[in-house]
Design a protein around this ligand. Structure first.
Ligand SMILES: Cc1cc2nc3c(=O)[nH]c(=O)nc-3n(C[C@H](O)[C@H](O)[C@H](O)COP(=O)(O)OP(=O)(O)OC[C@H]3O[C@@H](n4cnc5c(N)ncnc54)[C@H](O)[C@@H]3O)c2cc1C
Length: 395
């Protein structure tokens, strides 16, 4: 047995012994744990599961052990993911810190920043918000205007960020700020870490069509940010910003990596809603659309596998850029198909007339559209693919 197979065996045994039964069930939104000072565990089992994973460093399996991570190789990380998926083990903690900020600080941060922030993220002690977009700077992010003036021992930050997901529940926010208004737009930007409890930081919720509010606008009114909270070099924040976006897009690309067999049974037990004749779905159009989708997902799964192998072999690949587009568009198609399968049962939004799973599925359908915008819209991804991958002429 090779080392990786040995690791798989031990991981399987550990998961069997340590993952509570209740943490092997499909996850609803309210079951998610996001950590941070205001974080609440949805149940005692969720706390137990989180603590066991955290103590092994498996909340951030591939981060260095010196900062509390699991120190796993990418291959071992993949085995862990596969073994968790095998028993439907829930993700013990979610967060922008784990997905995006941590990798960026590990790459661009200094030792003091790693000591302060990385272990706190692994341990679920801090919850992070992303402060990139502004009212006039979304797709054209480099046009951002939120400014940070050099005041000797600190920066003075003024301006606002929009669409900051859950900023009202977060402890920290990482922000792109303009530190040189006279430089070319990408060259005058810096990357700052700001404590949400600092005087002058405030949030205002943005109501959504669902009646809930996931987003905030975050305001900075003469906020004093210590100089040591600058990540990377002054006016070189665009490089950190781009590196972080790669992690964000990679995460979103994985949305489309479900194996094809799971397509028919994601949230709702879709088979209950379908009519069959001689083992075939009776609705021809739906059957054909599902087949198309399954074929595409087969190709997506294989491409993910290829990308992983290319990365392990040190081959530069365009796949991550392409996969954000493909993954989030596929998620949208999946949600459309699920609603088509559910028929009128897919029209529920709230109330007792629909099951909780039906309502979740309808709400996920709305969310699937947002994912083709967050982290760079599909149109922008296509522009990047045209320019950087296909090298098409610019108009
Ligand atoms: C679910 C969700 C979560 C988010 N979370 C955060 C967060 O936590 N922090 C944060 O900072 N931001 C967040 N965002 C914001 C997100 O990054 C922006 O919405 C996104 O970059 C698009 O910017 P915009 O909304 O200003 O749209 P715009 O840039 O105004 O674009 C409007 C439309 O025009 C199209 N378009 C624009 N320029 C071009 C072009 N050159 N070529 C072709 N088409 C173009 C776009 O594709 C889009 O369809 C989130 C967004 C969503 C949906």
């Amino acid at each position: 047995m090779d080392d990786l197979e040995q690791f798989r065996l031990e991981t399987r045994q550990w998961l069997e012994a340590n993952c509570p039964e209740s943490q092997r069930q499909p996850m609803r939104q309210e079951d998610q744990y996001w950590g941070g000072r205001r974080g609440k565990f949805p149940s005692e089992d969720a706390r137990l599961w989180f603590e066991r994973m955290r103590d092994r460093g498996w909340t951030a399996p591939e981060w260095p052990t010196q900062y509390g991570g699991g120190g796993l190789s990418p291959q071992q990380g993949r085995v862990l993911k596969e073994e968790m998926k095998r028993i439907n083990a829930r993700t013990p903690v979610y967060g922008i810190g784990l997905w995006m900020l941590g990798p960026a600080v590990l790459e661009y941060g200094n030792e003091a920043q790693k000591q302060q922030h990385i272990r706190a993220i692994v341990n679920g002690e801090t919850r992070w918000a992303q402060g990139y977009s502004e009212p006039g700077a979304g797709s054209d992010l480099a046009s951002l205007q939120c400014k940070a003036e050099d005041k000797g021992d600190h920066f003075l930050v003024n301006g606002s960020k929009i669409w900051t997901t859950a900023a009202d529940k977060c402890d920290w926010i990482f922000c792109l700020v303009r530190t040189d208004p006279d430089a070319k737009k990408q060259e005058g930007i810096s990357f700052l870490l700001i404590d949400m409890d600092d005087p002058g930081v405030s949030t205002s919720p943005i109501p959504l069509i669902s009646g809930e509010s996931e987003f905030c606008q975050t305001f900075f009114d003469n906020v004093k940010v210590p100089k040591e909270n600058l990540v990377g070099e002054l006016n070189k924040g665009w490089s950190v910003a781009k590196a972080l976006l790669v992690h964000e897009r990679k995460l979103m690309a994985e949305m489309g990596s479900d194996s094809p067999r799971r397509v028919l049974v994601p949230n709702v037990a879709a088979r209950e809603y379908l009519e069959f004749e001689n083992g075939k779905i009776t609705d021809n159009r739906l059957r054909s659309e599902l087949t198309d989708y399954d074929m595409q997902m087969q190709a997506v799964a294989l491409t993910h596998f290829r990308t992983f192998e290319e990365k392990a072999a040190g081959v530069r690949s365009a796949a991550p850029l392409v996969m954000k587009y493909v993954g989030t568009e596929a998620e949208k198609t999946k949600s459309e198909l699920l609603l088509a399968i559910m028929g009128s049962r897919g029209l529920g939004w709230e109330g007792d007339a629909f099951t909780a799973e039906e309502i979740d599925t309808t709400r996920l359908w709305a969310m699937s559209k947002a994912m083709t915008i967050a982290g760079g819209s599909s149109e922008i991804q296509l522009n990047l693919i045209a320019k950087n991958v296909l090298e098409l002429p610019q108009s």
